[in-house]
Design a protein around this ligand. Sequence first.
Ligand code: UD1
Length: 427
Amino acid sequence: MDQFIIEGGKPIKGTVKISGSKNAALPILIATLLTDEACVIENVPVLLRDIRTTFQLLESLGKGIEVRGSRVTVKPKASLKTHAPYDLVKQMRASVLVAGPLLARFGVVRVPIPGGCSIGLRPIDIHLDGFKALGARELVDQGDIILSSRELAPGRVHLKFPSVGATENLMMAAAALEGETIIENAAREPEIEDLGRFLTALGAKVKGVGRSTVYIRGKSVLHGARYSVIADRLEAGTFMIAAAATQGRVDLIGAKPEHLKDTIAKLRACGVKVKTGIREISVVSDGHTIKPVSIKTGPYPGFSTDLQALWMSLMCLADGESEIEETIFENRFLHAAELLRMGASISVHGSHARVLGVKNLIGAPIMASDIRGGAALLVAALSAQGKSVLQRVYHIDRGYEKIEDKLAGLGASIQRVNDSRKLPSNS
Ligand code: UD1
C-alpha cells in the first residue's frame, strides 16, 4: 500500500493543468454501451483507478478499449453481455450505471447491488423507481438486482431527490428508447450536462440539461461519436483550496470558473484573491489571514459535498469559528477525526461540524478513508508544520491523477513510498 510522506509548511506556487473530469468520464465511457460503433473519448483521466476499473467493466461486458495518452477508443469486441461482475461493482459504485443502457437496449440487465461505503449507505432506490416508471420490473437474486421489461417505454419520471447517478442512469436508458422521456427534479451538475452533450453526439436529442427538467428523445439505434470530456471541477477546487491553505499562489489551466462559482465566492469571502478567465483560474493567498466562512453542502449549484472535507481543512486555519453542514451524505466527516490528530479544533454533531481555527496544524501520521477526505488530509498536511505520513493513498488515487507530481511541480515536498502491506479488497 502506498503512502505519502509530506513535509508541510511550504506555500504551493506555480501553474497546474487540470485533468479531465472523473465524474463526467465515468458515465460517458459507460454510455458507449449504447452503440455498436466505435467512440473516441478525449481528455479522459486514464491514470485514475476508477477509470481503470471502468475499462475492466466495459471489457467484461464485451467492449474493446484502446488508450493513447488521454484519448480512449471504445470499440465493439464481442456481443454485449448484460451481467456486470460483482468484483468490479464492489470496487466502484458507479458501475451501477451500466443498468440504464443495457436494460434499454436488451430488455434485461443483472447488476450486483452496490453496498454502502465509508461516507454513507448509498442506496439505489431512486434509480430503480425511475426504471420502474418506464415499465421495468425488478427482482433481487443472490445480491444482484435483475431488471427486465418486455417493452421499456419512454415516459415521465419524477426523482424524489436530484440524484446524480439516477439522473445519468435514466438519461442513458432514455437515449436508447424511441420517443420522449422527461426526467423531473433531475440533478444539474456540470457532469450531467457533459453526458447530455455526449448522448446528443451519439444521435439522441437532449434538452434541458443543467436545469431541473431534462427532455430526452431517444433512438433505438445510436451511432459512434468523438467527444472531449470537461475539466475536473473537483480537482480544480482541491488545488484552489490547497493554494489558499498553504498561503500560496496557483494558476489552474483548463478549469472552468462557471463550474466553481460557489467555491470561488466562498474563497473570496475568506479574503483569498481569485481571478478568473475563460479557461483558467488564479488563486493568490500569500500573506492573507483566512477569514472563517461557514458552508452548507447541497445539490449543484450549491456548495459541492465533494469539496466539504477540503473546506474543513481550510477552516482549521481560519481566524475564528465556522460551521459546516453536510446535507448530501450521512457520514461524510471521517476526515475530522484525523484533522484532530493534527491539532485541529473540531466538534461534530450529526450533520453539523463546528471548526475553530488554530494558528497552524502540526504534521502527524494520518489515514485517508475516502477520495475527498483523503485529499483534505493531504491539503492539511501540506499546510502543517513538520512531517506527515498519509496512509491509504489508494483512496486519493481513485480521483486524482498523479497528484504528487502535480504538487511537487508547485514546490510541495511530497514523496510516494510503498509500505508493502496488502491492499484491502473493499475500498
Ligand atoms: C455522485 C458523485 C459523487 C458526489 C455525488 C453528489 C460520481 C461518480 N460520483 O455520486 O462524487 O459526491 O454525486 O454530488 O459522479 N441516494 C439515494 N438513493 C439513490 C441514489 C442516491 O438515497 O437511489 C442518496 C445517496 O445515498 C446520497 C445522495 O442521494 O446520500 C446523493 O447521491 P447521488 O447524487 O446519487 O450521488 P452519486 O451519483 O452516488
